[in-house]
Ligand binder design. Sequence first.
Ligand code: MN
Length: 221
Amino acid sequence: MKTFNVILIFLLMETTSFAQLTQPTLPYAYNALEPYIDALTMEIHYSRHHKTYYDNTNKAIVGTAFEKMTLEQIIGAVDEQVPAAIRNNAGGSWNHDFFWACMAANAGGEPTGNVAIAIKAQWGDFAQFKEAFKKASLGQFGSGWAWLVVSNKELQIVSTPNQDNPLMPISKVKGTPILAIDVWEHAYYLKYQNKRADYVDQFWNVVDWKSVEKRYNEAVK
Ligand code: MN
């Protein structure tokens, strides 16, 4: 009888619980991007802001169809009908996973390979590309993101408000992100205060162009 109860409880647990989304480990140490992005900003950004997006996504999807989806599938389903709690928190979870992957220690410099050729074709040179990207970063009023995306095999710079991203059906501009910068104040305020432009200028020192190139090649396939 006792064994039967244990088995019954186990079966109930198996059929009623879904896998929760798990925040991936930061791919480098908090101080890896010093001095351009300071360790305390990274620690707070990853362990509090990013973690909270994951926690709140997991809370928001309980009892909904999203509970059975991967994070990518949720992002790909964000339309007008999706509650703000899911849109914002799933967006915050995905966007930061992506942002961490765009940066690395001992990175920066200029792009190489196919993405460098595409940037040159679109903007003339790397300096003009950086200007355009900076303009999008500074032009995003309030909180949001600037993105380099591949759209119809062409590069495009776009910005999104809050935690939206160009993969969401709700996004005005759509495309496959290959690079992003978080321009929420929490991403730079401790070190740069209100000087978002300085933060954007220093961002180039930590961009992992190797990973950008990989995503570019994948997106234009
Ligand atoms: Mn952020």
